[in-house]
Ligand binder design. Structure first.
Ligand code: HEM
Length: 521
């Protein structure tokens, strides 16, 4: 015990010295958010050398290096692919150690469902951290808040508001944005363009309409400010300069401009959201079909206490942050992937278009038409399978001792559900790396039962119903009116490997949206 304390102290002192050294020799004041990943990785790599490794367990896993454990495995630029490759050697459940933290990576839909769905109450926690606490406004967010009575009441409140709005207003809101997107594409008049920003604006407008009662133009300074701020927070929080603070508390006493910047962005975020919510409250049009209206009205209704938990404006505030962050980049990335895959297999586009023409005879699809449009649905499912946009979900934490696939999992183990790996499991999917939507059609051999793009159990994506309606309607509207073609030769086809961060995105590419002959200008 004494030896361990001394070792920890030495490690902390060495870490501080190393941190200072690295801080001075690198030009870290410049562009520290976008700066190269290698410098950050090497910082963590060095710092983690000084952490003690925990004792071995029977769960298989790659051998750890002296002092740094398996840190190197986590610094790969495409982590989901790397973790999936490790599963080929170590099986569908393996462990990685980083400092004092043991992570268990789950790589098949069976083991992920065992943990997240069957044993949901054992694995519903989130890892608690110093910086996570700051980003989540003191643990008040649904996505990062740890499992507790308060968290349950909060999630239930937001879930209820989303359900009401799905039933009453969501369809209309998405239709409006899909028509707006159609106009934006028409205005490009067949020029080759990168559509990623237009997809982001469309997805974001669905959420801002539901939360603030407002939609924005691509050029709107308010929208730019909101997106920049939220994207900065996600990028800064993911940087190693920040995660080092969680592992090495002593570093919190040192000046850290990246951390100061994170604090500033969080303050800015909170000001923006507060202002929008205040504007919303002063509007005459607030109603129960908006998420915010619904949330606020729930707070106003006595009793405010759910199971002894008092929900406040802060919960509404953080729920808005959750929905904006969770509901914008994910949906937008999925739309961008869909067009990218369609450029590689244009005959799939033709099949969807023919189905839309035959079944709907010139009308736009309604969500209730989905049972009559199996080809369109198969496209949605296949893109969700091949490129689950949240490829490693959000880490879970074991809140008590438990087991997965017969392995003992001690309390506080961090669980990484590798959704990307599960969706490429050759035991479940024939030819798993190929884009073949037809696998989901009758006789195609694939089943949506193997899909888990939204996670599962207590932490199932809160926006699953919103997202499913968006993916179906946006794709149906776009493919009814446009044929997507590459701007030039085969060489201009998008790179399908992707860039993996919290969200798995396609590398930027350009495309021509050619109006169909049947499309009215
Ligand atoms: C293609 C679209 C989307 C995908 C693939 C997706 C996927 C996911 C995944 C995998 C998780 C983590 C689940 C876990 O921890 O096990 C998650 C969480 C979450 N998502 Fe989504 N999501 C999408 C769209 C949305 C939308 C549109 C919203 C909001 C309207 C949203 C809000 C959230 C929230 C709030 C959480 C945190 C839930 C919690 O911790 O309890 N997501 N999502």
């Amino acid at each position: 015990m004494v030896v361990e304390t001394v070792t920890n102290m030495e490690a902390a002192v060495l870490a501080v010295l190393l941190f200072l050294l690295l801080a001075f020799i690198s030009d870290w004041r410049k562009k520290y958010v976008q700066r190269d990943h290698n410098v950050q990785s090497s910082l963590l790599h060095h710092l983690h050398q000084f952490l003690p490794c925990s004792s071995s367990s029977s769960i298989p896993g790659p051998p750890g290096h002296f002092l740094i454990g398996n840190m190197k495995e986590l610094t790969h630029d495409h982590l989901p692919i790397h973790l999936t490759n490790l599963a080929k050697r170590y099986g569908s459940v393996y462990r990685l150690r980083c400092g004092n933290t043991t992570m268990v990576v789950l790589n098949s839909s069976d083991v992920i469902k065992e943990a997240l769905v069957k044993k949901w109450s054992d694995f519903a926690g989130r890892p608690v951290s110093y910086t996570g606490n700051i980003v989540s406004g003191g643990g008040f967010s649904v996505s990062l808040g740890d499992y507790s009575e308060e968290w349950k009441a909060h999630r239930r409140l937001v879930h209820g508001a989303l359900q009401r709005c799905c039933q009453q207003s969501l369809h209309q809101v998405i239709e409006r944005q899909a028509l707006h997107l159609r106009k934006v594409l028409m205005d490009y008049q067949g020029r080759a363009v990168d559509l990623s920003e237009d997809f982001t604006v469309a997805a974001s407008n669905v959420i801002t309409t539901l939360t603030f009662g407002n939609e924005y133009d691509k050029s709107s300074p308010e929208l730019q400010q909101l997106h920049n701020c939220l994207n900065q927070i996600v990028a800064l929080w993911g940087s190693s300069w920040i995660s080092a603070l969680d592992s090495f508390p002593l570093l919190r006493k040192l000046p850290n401009p990246v951390f100061s910047r994170l604090l500033q962005e969080v303050v800015k975020r909170d000001e923006i959201i507060k202002q929008h919510l205040n504007n919303y409250k002063s509007q005459a049009k607030q109603s129960e079909v908006d998420i915010t209206g619904s949330l606020l009205q729930s707070l106003d209704k006595p009793p405010k206490k759910e199971n002894g938990v008092l929900l406040t404006d802060t919960h509404v505030h953080m729920a808005t942050v959750d929905l904006l962050i969770g509901g914008t980049e994910t949906t937008a990335a999925w739309l961008n992937w869909t067009v990218a895959f369609l450029l590689h297999r244009p005959e799939v586009q033709t099949r969807v278009y023919e189905e839309l023409c035959t079944v709907l005879q010139g009308q736009y699809p309604k969500y209730s038409d989905r049972h009559r449009l199996p080809v369109l649905c198969s496209l949605v499912s296949e893109v969700l399978r091949l490129r689950p946009v949240a490829p490693l979900a959000v880490p879970h934490r074991a809140i008590r001792d438990s087991s997965i696939a017969g392995y003992f999992i001690p309390k506080n183990t961090v669980i990484i559900p590798n959704l990307y790996g599960a969706h490429h499991d050759p035991a479940v999917w024939a030819d798993p790396y190929s884009f073949r939507p037809e696998r989901f059609l009758e006789g195609g051999g694939g089943s949506t039962r193997g899909l888990i793009p939204f996670g599962g159990g207590a932490r199932l994506c809160l926006g699953e119903s919103v997202a499913k309606m968006e993916l179906f309607l946006f794709t149906g509207y776009l493919l009814k009116d446009f044929q997507f073609v590459p701007p030039g030769s085969e060489a201009s086809l998008p790179d399908l490997r992707g860039v993996a961060s919290v969200v798995l995105k396609v590398k930027s590419y350009t495309v021509v949206a050619r109006p169909r002959a049947t499309t009215n200008p």
